[in-house]
Design a protein around this ligand. Structure first.
Ligand SMILES: *Cc1c(COP(=O)(O)O)cnc(C)c1O
Length: 445
């Protein structure tokens, strides 16, 4: 079926799946996906399977999906909570006032006050035995376990965490939340079963529920005004994540005539009182400039208690790690000889693939992470040549990947610098003034 014909009030039904006839977003060429119309071609390595991550169902090109058999996974969490301390977070840019902060503070804050991004002070590890123990869990119970590696009772009591995760997953049309399907011998991880048909729902459903919990338990005097600019996906997913949430107002700016009709209606037809859409005469960058100017005005920011939901919020990255664990377990359920799983991930702001990188850091047997871009290929150029050089944006059929600078990439660069804020700040300052950052080829991977 043609997703452009999915009407916006049809949120309760999954579009019928038939067959991939032209899987036009997904082509792997030498490890890089291009959005040319072509069959997926994925190089095989012995003992490995590759999962292609499918992030959207809302763009204007057709995408027909093979009707796949569904497994009915049911299990219960082993429910233990070991009572130790939650992981803390520090800014990539090293300001001492932005160091060793709690999960609650970094979720409420979004960007660090030194303009850096929050990264965990350490990565919890998942042992192979633990991973095996998670095999029978439902998606929601698995997500609870993965998040509980970072967030312990001292931050969010386990029963509250479980409730937040279960409610977030409950908004999806599939019990498996992110089902893994096999199409013509290739595994595809479907991230589009949330309320807005785009993968950002995975993170934003969770973020909305965490905001509500933190506001109701003392953060920010109970009020938050989320302001965001969108070219489509983020705005709709944010609205569906925040609608009706107590204490939250949500203002979304979008450029007139430049978001898809489906997404415009997704945003503009939500009746909840706390949702406010503003159509801006201009481009996405004009919307973004209004948002930036609002945040730059400290008085205004503090008076209205401005907050953001952009993809740098730690909660979003954390929520996304779960489906790497989920899909690893589902691939290895089906493929006995497989010990490692590669992931090919459509990439814009580097949030989705960063979650894969962090899953690997936690001990998940991930092989290669394939950073798939469209023509806006700054990340491809970085991984190929060590050149992170800004270029003008090109409009493509995958607008959520039309990004000339990847906002989450600073986190990856921080790890690459040997977690040395001084080096990182030097790199970012250079990049901000010249639009160019070149890193010696050996370091770039
Ligand atoms: C946001 C988005 C992406 C890119 O994800 P990042 O986490 O920004 O790299 C890819 N596809 C769709 C449909 C998206 O909405």
């Amino acid at each position: 079926m043609d997703p452009s014909r999915v009407t916006c009030d049809d949120h309760t039904k999954t579009p019928a799946r038939e067959e991939i006839r032209d899987c036009n977003v997904y082509r792997v060429v030498g490890g890089i996906k291009r959005n040319k119309r072509a069959e997926p071609r994925i190089h095989a390595t012995k003992g490995r399977e590759t999962v292609s991550v499918l992030t959207s169902f809302t763009h204007q090109h057709s995408l027909d999906i093979l009707l796949a058999k569904r497994r009915n996974m049911n299990g219960t969490a082993n429910g233990h909570s070991n009572g130790d301390k939650s992981i803390t977070y520090s800014s990539t840019r090293g300001d001492p006032t932005q160091s060793h902060l709690s999960f609650r503070s970094v979720v409420m804050r979004g960007l660090a006050h030194d303009r850096g991004l929050f990264v965990p002070d350490e990565f919890p590890s998942v042992t192979p035995e633990e991973l095996e123990g998670w095999r029978s869990l439902s998606y929601a119970d698995l997500a609870t376990e993965v998040i509980a590696k970072f967030v312990k009772d001292d931050e969010v009591p386990r029963d509250v965490l479980r409730d937040i995760v279960h409610r977030s997953c409950g908004a999806f049309r599939s019990d498996e939340v992110t089902p893994l399907v096999k199409v013509n011998g290739h595994y595809i991880l479907e991230l589009f079963h949330g309320p807005t048909f785009a993968f950002k729902d995975v993170a934003l459903q969770m973020l909305g529920n965490f905001f509500e919990y933190f506001l109701s338990t003392g953060s920010n005097d109970g009020r938050l005004a989320v302001l965001g600019a969108t070219s489509g996906d983020t705005g709709s997913a944010a609205i569906y994540g925040l609608r009706g949430k107590k204490g939250v107002d949500c203002v979304i700016l979008y450029p007139k005539g430049r978001v898809s009709e489906i997404q415009k209606r997704q945003m503009a037809t939500v009746p909840d009182d706390n949702i406010h859409c503003v159509e801006v005469e201009g481009t996405f960058d004009d919307c973004q400039d209004i948002v930036k100017a609002s945040f730059a005005n400290a008085k205004f920011r503090d008076r209205v208690k401005l907050g953001a939901v952009n993809s740098i919020n730690w909660c979003r990255v954390l929520a996304q790690t779960t489906y790497y664990f989920w899909s690893y377990l589902r691939v290895t359920d089906a493929e006995k000889g497989v010990t490692k799983v590669n992931f090919s991930v459509p990439t814009g702001n580097f949030g989705d693939v960063l979650a894969g990188y962090y899953s690997k850091k936690m001990g998940l047997p991930v092989g290669d992470l394939i950073v798939a871009t469209n023509e806006n290929d700054i990340l491809h150029r970085f991984f190929a040549k060590g050149e992170y050089h800004r270029e003008n944006i090109q409009k493509t059929i995958s607008p959520s990947m039309d990004i000339c600078v990847s906002s989450n990439f600073e986190r990856y660069l921080y790890h690459l610098s040997g977690e040395d804020s001084a080096t990182l700040v030097g790199w970012m300052k250079g990049f901000e003034t010249t639009g160019k950052l070149t890193i010696d080829g050996k370091k770039a991977r």
